[in-house]
Design a protein around this ligand. Sequence first.
Ligand code: DAH
Length: 358
Amino acid sequence: MSLENLKQTVLAAIAEASTPEELEAVRIDALGKQGSVSGLLKTLGQMSPEERQVQGPVINGLREAVTNGIAAKKAAFETAILNQRLATERLDMTLPAPEAPRGTVHPVSQVMDELAEIFADMGFAVAEGPEIEDDWHNFSALNIPETHPARAMHDTFYFPDKDAEGRAMLLRTHTSPVQIRTMTSQEPPIRIIAPGRVYRSDSDATHTPMFHQIEGLVIDKGIHLGHLKWTLETFLRAFFERDDVVLRLRPSYFPFTEPSVEVDVGYSVVNGKRVIGGSEGWMEVLGSGMVHRRVIEACGLDPDMWQGFAFGTGVDRLAMLKYGMDDLRAFFDGDNRWLQHYGFNALDVPTLSGGVGA
Ligand code: DAH
């Protein structure tokens, strides 16, 4: 076969190859070890220099034509395969990216973490107590008399059965029993806060049967109202992240404190909205007072040696004041849109250095 014939035959075979496998067979036939073109290349070695000078370029030209032909056909196959994939695997890049599922930290949890951070800085530990309490811890030890209206069925959820010691069981109505549990289990000096759930048989626009409180308790020697005022002022300034938070202490009555004070915080009106800070108006934020000596006695401590102060407030309310929600019931609806709007990023851990705000 003449070189020209061989070339045409091989190029025709390349053109006819309809699959990559067929093309590979053609390549082996021509350029493989025993291939027709490889065989010709081997003959160059036995030629005289003159002959080689003539035949060399021709045979090498043949090899090159075949190699290029195969490469071109291979590329054509690859393009065809790619086009076929592009046609079947269509992806509409104009579609919006699907939203990644993302939970949020509930504002109540966030505010409790903020409070723990603020009080930890003042040397307070976090204490806890059971939500199912007995009436001694919830009422009697706190000097709340049998006749107190808070003890009535219409205010408190009672369980049908009493405990082993004959005490009525109930869902705690406030976090104050944690004061008792701490004083009966720990030696003074004591500095604790106790955040948690509390329950009252009450439900309307501003009351839910379950809500959250935080309790504070300090028991030490020589504690007086000045310590209470400084602590609350420092706490509220850190919490609302403003230096112009002003407190007003009003005489009040709680059975477990004597004297008792209600604490108002001053607000200003900015664009028709109340903002904490300044003193254009006042709103009540806390109940507090010096721990009643009968409470200290009930816990087995000597009230002539140990004094202290306590305070309690609603966590949900603090969250509303700080973050601007206006409906308490929405806190417990579990509505994902509300949670996406008011919830916090799980990585937004409150720290005093990074800011306890959002
Ligand atoms: N326990 C009270 C309540 O639920 C709040 C309270 C008032 C707590 C005065 C205190 C306090 O520790 O000293 O309304």
